[in-house]
Design a protein around this ligand. Structure first.
Ligand code: ATP
Length: 245
């Protein structure tokens, strides 16, 4: 498309000290799309999401551009990026274990509250509708949730910020197959709400099934890209990432 994407990286490079973890990565996410980045362990997938979210560790530095709705995010703080419409669900989920489910969710709307939005909590019924399990357990401490419920809570908390772009780092990691299915089903439902999703996954099969467009990241570089349905039929992708099944 000739329209600028919602999110674009231009020659994005990330260094950890002198080590180049990302090498001139160009990706684009259009409004309302699901875009997935698949690739092996250590390819730089989390690095890419953290760079976009403004959450690189202290020893990380970047070059190149990250554009959200054509505005350069260089030097923009995490909380400003959240206010501008991006929300990251990190691989480690980072919930507050001793706080109730509902309070963890409300923390996701903290920036909106701080900005003086009166309806800062307006996504709570939406989140409870997507995740009835969280509604049932609203007063339960987050630390006592199952793995799948925790992932749901992390997703729900990100949605409380009412993002335009939701970034998910390995949402299926460590979950039982049935729960993985449920999480991917929820990702599809989220798309119907209009939010764009940038999905990093090692579960290439499931990711290519829900995504519109896909990138294969290998050792810090985009090795392949295309419509998800096309990549799912690409012999190299099949051999390397989809196995024989
Ligand atoms: P995984 O699926 O295993 O999480 P990934 O594709 O997300 O892998 P990254 O976590 O982004 O990969 O790591 C990319 C490379 O950068 C790896 O070689 C990793 O060891 C290195 N790396 C990640 N974080 C740091 C850091 N803080 N300091 C130095 N090197 C790092």
């Amino acid at each position: 498309s000739t329209e600028p994407g919602l999110l674009q990286t231009r020659d994005l490079q990330v260094f950890y000290g002198k080590v180049e973890a990302l090498q001139a990565v160009n990706i684009q996410v259009d409004a309302g799309q699901i875009v997935t980045v698949i690739g092996p362990n250590g390819a730089g997938k989390s690095t890419m999401l953290n760079a976009i979210a403004g959450a690189l560790p202290a020893n990380g530095s970047l070059r190149g551009q990250i554009l959200l709705s054509d505005k350069d995010l260089a030097g923009v703080a995490i909380e400003t990026r959240v206010a501008q419409g991006m929300s990251l669900v990190p691989e480690k989920r980072e919930l507050f274990a001793s706080m109730k489910v509902e309070d963890n969710l409300l923390l996701g709307s903290y920036r909106r509250y701080q900005a003086g939005e009166k309806n800062y909590a307006d996504q709570l019924p939406v989140v409870f509708d997507l995740f009835p399990r969280l509604k049932e357990r609203r007063t339960q401490e987050a630390g006592t949730l199952s793995g799948g419920e925790r992932q749901m809570l992390a997703l729900g908390r990100a949605l409380m910020a009412k993002p335009q772009l939701l970034m998910l780092d390995e949402p299926s990691l460590g979950l039982a197959p049935l729960i993985v299915k449920e999480i991917f089903h929820i990702i599809q439902r989220l798309k119907q709400t209009g939010v764009a999703i940038l999905l990093v996954e090692q579960n290439a099969r499931a990711a290519l099934q829900v995504a519109d467009y896909a990138y294969v990241l290998e050792t810090g570089q985009i090795a392949l890209q295309g419509l998800a349905a096309e990549l799912a039929n690409d012999q190299r992708v099949i051999d390397t990432y989809l196995g024989l099944a």
